[in-house]
Design a binder for this molecule. Sequence first.
Ligand SMILES: Nc1nc2c(c(=O)[nH]1)N[C@H]1C(S)=C(S)[C@@H](COP(=O)(O)OP(=O)(O)OC[C@H]3O[C@@H](n4cnc5c(N)ncnc54)[C@H](O)[C@@H]3O)O[C@H]1N2
Ligand code: MOO
Ligand SMILES: [Mg+2]
Length: 431
Amino acid sequence: MYEKREAIKVSEAVARVMNYTKTGEKEYIDLAEAEGRYLAEDIVADHPIPPFDRSPLDGFAVRSKDTEKATSDNPVKLQVVETVGAGHVSSTSLEAGQAVRVMTGTIMPSSCDAIVMFELATERNEGDQTYIEIKRSFESGDYVSKKGEETKKGEVVVEAGTKITAGVIAVLATFGYSEVPVSKKPVIGIYATGTELLDVDEELQPGKIRNSNAYMIISQIRQSGGEPKYFGKLADDFDLCYEAVSESLTSVDALITTGGVSVGDFDFLPEIYTKLGANVLFNKIAMRPGSVTTVAEKDGQLLFGLSGNPSACFVGFELYVRPWMKTYLQSPKPYLQIVKGSLTADFPKPNPFTRFIRSKVEYDNGRIVASPVGMDKSQVVTSLAYTDALVAVPGGTRGYRSGDEVDILLLSSEGSKEPIKDFMKVREGSL
Ligand SMILES: Nc1nc2c(c(=O)[nH]1)N[C@H]1C(S)=C(S)[C@@H](COP(=O)(O)OP(=O)(O)OC[C@H]3O[C@@H](n4cnc5c(N)ncnc54)[C@H](O)[C@@H]3O)O[C@H]1N2
Ligand code: MOO
Ligand SMILES: [Mg+2]
């Protein structure tokens, strides 16, 4: 029997999901494997950077007071008594009128307090002695890269929840993290439901289509920092689906199903949630695509019932699964980043529900513009290939014109700490 569903707002649906956040445990992994993972701890500098006063130039380490009187007419002459490369420590205690030849990165010789770059010194040999002439004075500290000038000991250099990029890896290596504390990846189970589904390597048959959603979701989970656990596809059979869903819950942090959440005769997810005794957080959202996206909770574990329609499934993941996963990974920015930019094409459809137009963002004269990438229907798959943003057209509007300023949800940005609020309306009347 068909049951009418109450549509809730997108912001409310996200908030209900986020009432069930968890954070992953900490584990240690090899630095070389750490890219793309999320830090489980603040990284605190256990030593200053630079760790010692050093020369930032190839040149000569000098005692500044020896250069006090140097001018172009009256150059000061210093004797070069040693050459030291980075990694070595000067063994000389300098006397007045002496200098040490040093390379970039060399620890400052103890009795020197300034660096004169090669370009500012004239070198000459007299017998077996080398001398330099300097035509200007140097202050104490001139051109010395001071210990701790970049980072003081005890400073937090990277915060917990940060995604590990090449730059973070450089910092971790600097501070000796051969093993990196990261949040365990949330294990997200996936079931694709539908008797019509073929495996990717199967020939098409009448009435059947290939299962694209499972592979799309696997990729979305990885992109959000999680570990997909694909259980396979299920034919539309209640007992089969119930058993499979109920059994899988023991081995995952959350479960995604795709398909079978609407009101069709073979849409079994709603009944499965009932039989499991799960609490349905919502089963209708005032959005397109993905209005039938359903989320249920059993003993604190979430079951994301994404739509079978590919675009609806894609959008449902980005809006509801992703922030939950990012919070598991301790990201301080779990929500989708929203920016304002202009639309490059008319979008004349009236919208009772908020519409998320699959789009691609680009920069035009320094401004962000979003171009819709294909047919705007829930069942469409091909437009997803170019989608890296969703343009939000709020419910109650009569469509937008090219050039209108709109809210753009960026899918390839790390995220935002601000939860989704109501989207900006350009106009309420007809075009
Ligand atoms: N009477 C009504 N009918 C429908 C409503 C409604 O409100 N009243 N909602 C429509 C909307 S909106 C959507 S979205 C779909 C959602 O359907 P389900 O989530 O129940 O998904 P299915 O019925 O299983 O499949 C829908 C569609 O998607 C294809 N599909 C399913 N799984 C996959 C997959 N893994 N890979 C690729 N494509 C998949 C499936 O073949 C169907 O064509 O319901 C509307 N109906
Ligand atoms: O849930 Mo459907 O995708 O809104 O079209
Ligand atoms: Mg259905």
